[in-house]
Design a protein around this ligand. Structure first.
Ligand SMILES: [Zn+2]
Length: 310
């Protein structure tokens, strides 16, 4: 091999190296894509992503198409974890990064895809749910497609839940199923309403169940100041009010939610004006980048997340 060829080979092989640096993640997770995905997921044609008017299933089709395009594999047939809710067939969308190997440790990254549909007779009666929770969904999709380029020592499950708004029904179903299947689930990161910057500043979230595990500490050692304690989260017991909770209950593992909704930064909670134009997409993209960075660092460094007092 001549020296020139050797040089080329070296350059080429270094390009193939895994690069999960913050700079690389910033380069890859593009604000335009975040904007595009969240706009589709909260468009009027999805009718507020409710299963009763079929809007939810349209949103689900989009997610399935996105997974296929980004080399994310189905965990269950056609990506669907099917269950019945008030006798209507519904399903979570569940994908996996790379191959799913039973004996391997598993982590889950999730967000609920459903919202509350159409209500009332005013000119705009569609509850688009851009913040609640298209913002969380775009995070799972963007992080998933970033992670899907590399090989990992863990199973990485991506879950978009149905029927959160009707009482965490989708996540209860999936938690129970994964428990029955003896999946070695280690921790769950759930995203809920991260479309607005917190009053305390940019690129910041709070963690529900903050003091229950070493999760906040470990995240902040990678992205300083990213995760915060939020008094109202504890006061209103938000830990039990999103899709993280069923996994904590069934598995007894750290399963927590990241959110930036601080009750004062957004007046359109469960309101027909919960639309993309009222969100801060620059900040949302920063939160997604920070999250992709801490998750890939956890996976690379085999960080153990555990409940305190265990
Ligand atoms: Zn929500």
């Amino acid at each position: 091999m001549n020296i020139y060829l050797l040089f080329l080979t070296l350059i080429f092989s270094s390009c193939l190296d895994e690069d999960n640096s913050l700079e690389e993640i910033k380069r890859q997770i593009k604000i335009n894509d975040t904007q595009k995905i969240i706009t589709i997921l909260s468009s009027d044609s999805l009718k507020g992503r409710d299963n009763k008017n079929m809007g939810y299933f349209k949103a689900a089709d989009y997610v399935i198409k996105y997974f296929k395009k980004n080399n994310i594999n189905p965990l269950y047939k056609d990506f669907k974890d099917i269950f019945y809710s008030e006798s209507i067939k519904s399903y979570n969308i569940v994908g996996t990064v790379g191959e799913f190997i039973n004996e391997r440790k598993t982590i889950l990254i999730g967000a609920h895809l459903d919202h509350i549909g159409i209500n009332g007779i005013s000119a705009d009666s569609i509850y688009n749910g851009a913040n609640d929770n298209a913002s969380g969904c775009v995070s799972v999709l963007q992080i998933g497609s970033f992670l899907s380029q590399f090989k990992w020592d863990y199973n990485i499950v991506l879950a978009l839940f149905a029927e959160e708004e009707k009482g965490l029904r989708g996540s209860y179903n999936l938690a129970q199923r994964m428990k029955k299947e003896n999946i070695d689930l280690k921790y769950v990161i759930n995203f809920e309403m991260i479309g607005k910057e917190m009053k305390i500043g940019e690129n910041k979230v709070y963690l529900t169940g903050y003091e229950m595990s070493n999760l906040a500490l470990e995240i902040n050692s990678i992205v300083p100041g990213f995760v915060n304690f939020f008094t109202k989260s504890k006061e209103f017991n938000l830990f039990k009010r999103s899709d993280n909770y069923p996994f904590y209950k069934k598995f007894g593992i750290p399963s927590q939610t990241l959110s930036s909704y601080d009750f004062e930064n957004y007046k359109y909670y469960h309101h027909f004006d919960d639309e993309v134009n009222n969100l801060n997409i620059v900040n949302l993209n920063k939160i997604i980048v920070s999250s992709a960075f801490f998750i890939s660092t956890f996976l690379n460094e085999k960080t153990e997340i555990y409940l305190n007092n265990h």
